[in-house]
Design a protein around this ligand. Structure first.
Ligand code: PEP
Ligand code: MN
Length: 298
């Protein structure tokens, strides 16, 4: 497997000064890459990993059809919210335990790993029984007691960047997971709030490059929550590949217009297939660029 060598320890030097009390998240001569093992594959180990599925688990038919489809199209992980952080208390809040059970059934039927969000410290034990990876959502990035409890579950943590978090804030939250004995953190850039309002969030592709430069943790991109509009998702996915991301998390739904949450930004099956096949030459270019750089370094 090809592991890109991005970033020099010199560039990291100023970060080591800033993170003097919490240097574990930073790259060092001892630790250049963290590779997170999930079921029979790895995240951050050179393979570009796609996580795909609906924003929310809605029904058995919706979830199973999506799981089967994204699995055939090359995804490794099924996403789906059972506990949903919604902007309005009147919106669908998720199926809870029933959703977790459906996710576990989808894993059994497809072999996909499962990632789902845990919103509350008291749900960590329950969610960890069903999921292979625990997602900490944007709105919870600075909920340190949740981070601590999730870390202690021993499951890999998919940590989403807070909407108003700097890269340093983001890394400090990751440090909290490491600090609590869990080295398996996957960082996720999902867009941040800025004055720009042409997208749902501003996709900070530069943060992917910065994170890959200064941290050993794998980084994935969420083009769906950044774009907020399904037409833009494939373009942001391509940008993520070029920026050095280790994978993607993408919302996919059998019939996005009827989705119970985030339908506007969800791809239907045909659009997901197209995005996956259109990404192939970009991924091949990335692999050759990495090889070229490795050869140039000798
Ligand atoms: C989600 O993944 O559906 C979600 C709510 O994401 P975020 O926390 O990035 O808003
Ligand atoms: Mn969503």
């Amino acid at each position: 497997m090809i592991l890109p060598r991005i970033g020099s320890l010199e560039v990291c030097g100023s970060w080591h000064e800033r993170f003097a009390e919490s240097p574990d998240v930073l790259k060092s001569t001892r630790r250049e890459h963290t590779v997170v093992s999930v079921l029979d594959f790895e995240i951050g180990g050179g393979e570009f990993v796609t996580v795909a599925g609906p924003c929310s688990v809605e029904t058995e038919a919706q979830l199973m059809a999506t799981a089967r489809h994204v699995c055939c199209a090359g995804a490794r992980v099924l996403r789906g919210g059972a506990f949903k952080p919604r902007s309005s208390p009147y919106s669908f809040q998720g199926l809870g335990l029933e959703g977790l059970k459906l996710l576990a059934r989808a894993r059994q039927q497809t072999g996909l790993a499962v990632v789902t969000e845990v919103m509350s410290e008291s749900d960590v034990g329950l969610v960890a029984e069903y999921a292979d990876i625990l997602q900490i959502g944007s709105r919870s990035m600075e909920n340190f007691s949740l981070l601590e409890a999730a870390a202690r579950s021993g499951k890999p943590i998919l940590l989403k960047r807070g909407m108003v978090a700097t890269v340093a804030d983001f890394l400090r939250s990751a440090q909290c997971v490491l600090e609590n004995g869990n080295p398996n953190v996957i960082l996720c850039e999902r867009g941040i709030r800025t004055f720009e309002n042409s997208l749902r969030n501003t996709f900070d592709a530069a943060s992917i490059a910065v994170l890959k430069e200064v941290s050993h943790l794998p980084v994935i991109a969420d083009p769906s929550h950044a774009a907020g509009r399904r037409e833009l998702v494939p373009a942001l996915a391509r940008i993520a590949v070029a920026a050095g991301a280790d994978g993607l998390i993408v919302e996919v739904h059998p019939d996005p217009d009827t989705a119970w949450s985030d339908g506007e930004q969800s791809l239907d099956f045909a659009a997901f297939d197209r995005m996956m096949s259109d990404l192939r030459p970009w991924l091949a270019a990335r692999d050759s660029a990495v090889l070229y750089a490795e050869e140039a370094l000798g």
